[in-house]
Design a binder for this molecule. Sequence first.
Ligand code: ZN
Length: 384
Amino acid sequence: MPTGPGDVLTLIRHGQAQTRGDVREITGLSRMTVAQRLDALLDAGIIVEGDTTEATGGRRRRSLNFNTSQSRALVAAVDTTHTRIALTDLGGVLLAQDEIDAPVDGGPVEVLDQIAAAMARLLERAGLGPADLCGAALSLPGPIDPDSGRPSQPPILPGWDAYPVAEHIQAGLPGVPVLTANDADAAALGEHSRGYAQTTLMCLVKVSTGIGTGIVINGRSYTGADGGAGDIGHVQISPSSDAQCQCGRHGCLAAVASGRAVAHELTELGFPAASGRDVRELLRAGNADASRLTQQAGRRIGEVMATVVCLLNPEVVLIGGALASAPLLAGIRETLYKLSLPRATRHLTLQLGSLGEDAAIAGLTRLVVDHEFSAEAVNARLRG
Ligand SMILES: [Zn+2]
């Protein structure tokens, strides 16, 4: 196995090696070489030694930890009506945050200008500049082309197709790498990094104004050949339905079961709602129609998730997004278990995500750290 300092860092970051002894055992490197690798990481401030006082054979073993305060990440989770912006340490702990109203149908230039301005304010308030950041990242409610990092024909982001989102944000953050991700992918990665680090395969279904699924395999987002993996919102489940989807077709899952669809039905019943967030407010207020319609939406989502579960056989499926609630979970549970083979659901954990809107923020930080502190990046940096 390759065993530069960056590879040793990966063992530490992934929790496989906690002490010098662990590193020696896993890599087979000599005591001297391990010391050199670790000194390089310690001198660069990339790792720190903790003071584990667990005594083994009379010797104290010091733990090795990734230094989460060596730099910071600036991230933005873009949703259809608003964007959350956060400054975090490298462990995803929030240091400062802000939220702006920025409807995505205003087009990318206007929305990204607003986000760039909010990012600059957040940095200034913290007394920091671009040089204090190791990276920035944005999540968007649409598919991202894996090669270009740009939105790829996003149905609910009119005018954003192939727009250079990262370049736009980077103009205000000179020298800072800027990454992009799909919103459900970011949320899935965030939940995985905080509570499911040992889970090999997990999915997160985000049900907000649209519907999407993030898939994490072995700690990494699986986005598919064209960035379309998990984009279940446009599976046409009711072709004869006259419910028009934002993608232009009829009867997509999103047209009948998204926050937008539920909001539309609630409006017709006399409870004005336009977005997933509006539905969430009605759910929180105990509105019985919101609860009933959200559970009904859950049943339709469970029909499609049954195929996802039978295809991937995940250990964990989490429900996130503005509609994540007991009625939605109940509806999904009802049809998903009924339509799936017992083998695929026998050990399945199906529950609400635990981070709420912080999930995407945590995932974006993780994305920045994975990118900037990959074995290759660290080996190259320490060689140079
Ligand atoms: Zn559609």
